[in-house]
Write a protein that binds this ligand. Structure first.
Ligand code: B12
Length: 122
């Protein structure tokens, strides 16, 4: 019988070491009944893909705070595709450097292949 497990893979991409946000996300998703695989900070694109495959993830959640999300996510969806990952992908945090406009940021990450972006104004 299908166990209907809903696994969420979560991590902070690139060289980013901000850990508080994903710790809160981990707790929130666990409390909501998901199985959470928290890859922690400084996670590479390949590590996200490997974990998503290994755990047959429903969703991959990428966090980025330090302002380099756009560079760190270049080619990310190709890496996922090559690994045969079939999951929704979300990104959130502080996705741009400084005070740039939300719609522009959302467009940038949609074009990079992500589903709706959670974005925090600084
Ligand atoms: C604490 C902190 C640090 C600590 C981190 C300690 C640690 N181990 O976590 C230290 C001092 C190490 C640090 C270092 C740096 N930091 Co810092 N840091 C912060 C600070 C003050 C708070 C971050 C935090 O913990 N917030 C609390 C949590 C709960 O909120 P959050 O992280 O935003 O996460 C929530 C949401 O964003 C969202 N979310 C997050 N990820 C995701 C993902 C998805 C999918 C979704 C849906 C939602 C989501 O949900 C979370 C829970 O509510 C912020 C400023 C701020 N007020 O945000 C700067 C800030 C993030 N840091 C900044 C910078 C620049 C740096 C450094 C580059 C500074 C430097 N020159 O060295 C380095 C980077 C080091 C590195 N390699 O990562 C900038 C980033 C600027 C930008 N993006 O434009 C900020 C915004 C400060 C600023 N205003 O300039 N930092």
């Amino acid at each position: 019988m299908d166990t209907m497990s809903q696994t969420v893979v979560l991590g902070v991409i690139g060289s980013d070491a901000h850990v508080v946000g994903i710790t809160i996300l981990e707790q929130a998703f666990s409390a909501a009944g998901f199985d959470v695989v928290n890859l922690g900070v400084q996670t590479s694109q390949e590590e996200f893909a490997e974990a998503a495959v290994a755990h047959d993830a429903e969703a991959v959640l990428v966090s980025s705070l330090y302002g380099h999300a756009e560079q760190d996510c270049q080619g990310f969806h190709q890496v996922l595709e090559e690994a045969d990952v079939d999951a929704v992908t979300y990104i959130g945090g502080n996705l741009a450097v400084g005070q740039d406009e939300f719609e522009q940021t959302r467009r940038t990450f949609r074009e990079l292949g992500f589903d709706p972006v959670s974005y925090k104004h600084l």
